[in-house]
Design a protein around this ligand. Structure first.
Ligand SMILES: [Zn+2]
Length: 150
């Protein structure tokens, strides 16, 4: 089932979603990202995350109980700035394509998902990097649910 939510995500509104097999985010604000990641963690649903700014993008796949979530790397540092983030359409479509590929890999149990890694793409300079992500036991999104028995 595919669900598109066109209202601001919050802890309350995300609970109205039908339980999915996989979540692929495309959010433009931190509050929604925290709510959706906490939902994924709470219900043990894999989440493929990507974000875009200008010519740059980042991507990771969060598998609850097994890998760091996209917000573990923040170490509690959050910005209240919800100003629109400029992004290049071609960069958005490149990141969306990689997100869709991650979802296909999870559905078909093929390949290696980008779990535990944050992939960074700079399409302006052609620099690509993969950093290891560690689970933050005090993470603002997943710490209440990491380590829960399956
Ligand atoms: Zn986390």
């Amino acid at each position: 089932m595919t669900a598109f939510l066109r209202i601001p995500l919050s802890d309350e509104s995300v609970e109205a979603l039908p339980l999915p097999d996989i979540i692929v985010d495309c959010l433009d604000n931190l509050e929604g990202r925290i709510a959706l990641t906490a939902y994924a963690s709470r219900y043990d649903v894999p989440l493929v995350h990507a974000a875009v700014q200008g010519f740059s993008g980042q991507l990771t796949t969060f598998i609850p109980q097994r890998s760091a979530c996209p917000l573990c790397a923040l170490s509690g540092e959050t910005s209240k700035n919800n100003a629109p983030i400029p992004s290049l359409g071609t960069c958005v479509s490149a990141m969306a394509s990689i997100q869709a590929t991650e979802a296909i890999k999870l559905i078909t149990e093929t390949g290696t998902p980008a779990a535990g890694k944050m992939l960074f793409f700079n399409l302006l300079t052609n620099e690509y990097e993969a950093l290891n992500l560690e689970i933050d036991p005090a993470c603002i999104a997943c710490s209440d649910h990491q380590g829960r028995a399956r």
